[in-house]
Design a binder for this molecule. Sequence first.
Ligand code: TYM
Length: 382
Amino acid sequence: MGGRLGLSDEEKDEMIVTPWEVKGRVDYERLIREFGTQPLTDELLRKLAKYTGEVHLQLRRGLFFSHRDLDTVLELYEKGTRFVLYTGRGPSGPVHIGHLVPWIFTKHLQDAFDTRLYFQMTDDEKFLVDDERELDETSRMGYDNALDLIALGFKPRNTYIIYDVEDIDLLYDIALEVAKRITYSTAKATFGFQESTNLGWVFWPAVQAVPCFIHKKLTGENVPALIPAAIDQDPYWRITRDIASKLGYFKPAQIHNRFLPGLGIGGKMSASEPDTAIFTVDSPDVVKRKVWRAFTGGKSTVAEQRKEGANPDVCSVYQYFLYLFEEDDRKLAEREHLCRTGGILCGECKKDLADRINRFLAEHQKKREKAKDEIQKYHIKR
Ligand code: TYM
């Protein structure tokens, strides 16, 4: 699979961004154009900060870069219409720190707006899209991955995890309403379905649309959903937005993040490349080993680097400080300056990063253990 979503045939470079495959150097400007989303403007960030009280690190540093209808959601909010949050996970294996990016931001929004989060665990999707995977394996992984979400500190009162297979009775009527209004031709053009694609997969996008609308069924209140997620999930929202008003709902809004890169050269952090991904369950030694092998923007000899400096723009280690592990803007700027001028060597940055990650993971893993006793409180309340 892996259709080149929205990209014309002439554009033959290697970028592929679909919900199931991300390849090549991701050109985010081009995705905004091709997917038809809007860039996040400073003005919009200021509007958001009116309610959040700060511009969140992930916004300040440009990790979130694009949106659909965030302005509309904020205007409605100003006039008294609330919104709900929606995001999710396809539990194909352990969670990596890239997955945490949209969840950390979602938590920030949940705290600021005191609003409900619907979180979809798509064990069905991961079963359907991979010939080798068994359903009991993805379902089991769903409960495991929920621990990572809970460990981030979401409030049980406001957090509704949906496990697709277990909760399908709650989803099915809305999925049918959605599926009936999307033609095969639209789905094929959007997702790149082929003759060999199994039937379950073809129907499945209707299931990912459901949590955009489920709040009305549960509460009677018709409000928009705002979805923080990486840009790879956008095709789902494109088809969902097209049919939302036909069903009497608001169009779901999105705020899109870039991909946290892997520790290799370019690309996104991906579970399919475990040596360049940091999983939340990794031990300190494993983290050290992975970070030690990371691709950096360094020179081949110490002398050369001391003299000419290195390049943080292409360095995977620097991206982790930028996006997750150095909150202090001044300290980040200092690290960047030292790097460019040869005042710091890659080994030092790697050591600092491994320490930071391990400190974060030690806490996260403790909270993850504790979450085992809490998990029931987060299951969708009917
Ligand atoms: P999944 O499990 O592929 O990814 C979970 C979330 O993580 C984002 N993501 C990343 N973000 C930053 N850096 C990365 N390297 C990175 N890799 C993945 C994804 O965009 C996603 O937000 N079909 C979905 C599950 C789902 C969902 C949703 C996701 C169901 N409903 C609503 C977002 C919003 C999936 O398989 O996600």
